[in-house]
Ligand binder design. Structure first.
Ligand code: PLP
Ligand code: COI
Length: 362
């Protein structure tokens, strides 16, 4: 791919390493540049890296009315050798194309997506935040740009990548377990819908439930399936629990659950970590009973932004609550977190192909 570099003058770019003087929030900061590529006349073209700025969108653009948009979330880490590595970025590229298929968006060659991410990070490498627990969050996304009010897939699209030097998604980080609301009132996704895609509309549809959860002091809703029988996932992460025999259980992926790359990675690593991980449909009544009778000893969420987030309490609309693992970070959760972040940060040897070095190009 021939990328057109339209970079900021050197005097306007970051010129020294980034050592934040306070804890970094998640997703707020931006870097100097962004990547753009457009789809027109049946092909993706004009890949370019330009200064980060607002973009022009027609008021009639399909994305603004009918929400035809998808995105990805990935991370890059700086290792002790000073180099920056993306983590399982090939999985993100593949999932972007899966989401594209579900939203009737033209696919982008996975190698092109990966190259675009690496080229952008290379240009903005000085933005890597040198802070414990922080990383460079990568947000690729595609949206429909055709100016048309008919409900149909757009004829034109824009693919963009922005970067955000970020701290943990939950401000308390890994140390303090979060609280989730279990409710039958809201559902994230319906069978036959877009739940397994990383579609912007799924997140718009989750906002009301998220605000409702806050009233109960919860960070997110733990969604159930539309028949309120099975645990699905939370608003921005998959769910897991650990049984008293040390088995990590992740709800089976259905077409209403996002196939979390973190969940898949934990499954891939189970042999190395020395834990048993399985996927199955998890009945909510059995889950509640298991926590009460001590058969479920830990729980949490898996996600790129959330990493491995311990959950210490579930609340219900009637005000009752269910505490798991004494509301403390449990042994299995800790082991997974340490192994997983160890791989990301280069302290534990990564499986072949999981980390890709961001080579110097410019
Ligand atoms: N489920 C939802 C709804 C999400 O938004 C995310 C975040 O990406 C996840 C699960 C976790 O997926 P991953 O581990 O690929 O980030
Ligand atoms: C991620 O974990 O990368 C996500 O996309 C979740 C998010 C909605 C912040």
């Amino acid at each position: 791919m021939e990328i057109d570099y339209q970079l900021k003058p050197k005097s306007q770019r970051r010129t020294e390493e980034f050592v934040p003087d306070k804890p970094l929030p998640f997703g707020v900061l931006r870097t100097d540049h962004m990547f753009i590529m457009d789809y027109k006349d049946g092909e993706w073209k004009n890949p370019r890296i330009v200064p980060y700025s607002s973009v022009e969108v027609a008021p009639g653009a399909i994305v603004l009315h009918y929400g035809q948009a998808i995105f990805e979330g990935a991370k890059a880490f700086q290792h002790e050798d000073g180099e920056i590595y993306t983590f399982r970025i090939d999985k993100n590229a593949k999932r972007m194309n899966r989401s594209a298929e579900i939203l009737c968006i033209p696919k982008i060659d996975e190698e092109v997506q990966i190259e675009a991410v690496h080229a952008l990070i290379d240009v903005d490498r000085l933005w890597f935040p040198k802070q414990e627990g922080a990383s460079l969050y990568i947000r690729p996304f595609i949206f429909a740009t055709q100016d048309s009010l008919g409900v149909h897939p757009s004829a034109t699209y824009r693919f963009m990548i922005i970067l955000s030097p970020s701290g943990p998604y939950y401000p308390q980080g890994f140390t303090k377990p979060i609280k989730l609301l279990i409710t039958k009132r809201f559902h994230r996704a319906a069978p036959g819908g877009t739940g397994s895609a990383k579609a912007a509309g799924n997140y718009a549809a989750s906002l009301r439930a998220g605000e409702f959860a806050k009233k109960f002091g919860a960070s997110q809703v733990l969604y159930l399936d539309v028949n309120n029988q099975y645990i699905e996932e939370a608003g921005a992460m998959n769910h897991f629990h650990v049984t008293s025999d040390g088995t990590v259980v992740i709800p089976e992926f259905t077409d209403t659950i996002l196939r979390s790359i973190t969940s898949e990675s934990v499954m891939d690593l189970s042999g190395r970590i020395g834990i048993n991980v399985k996927q199955e449909r998890v009945r909510i009544d059995e889950f509640v009973e298991g926590v009460k009778n001590g058969n479920i000893i830990e729980a949490g969420g898996f996600g790129t932004a959330a990493v491995i987030s311990p959950v210490g309490e579930y609340v219900f609309e009637d005000g009752s609550s269910l505490v798991v693992g004494n509301n403390e970070v449990g042994e299995y959760t800790k082991r997974i977190y340490e192994y997983y972040t160890g791989i990301q940060t280069g302290k534990v040897e990564a499986p072949q192909g999981w980390l890709k070095k961001v080579e110097k190009r410019v």
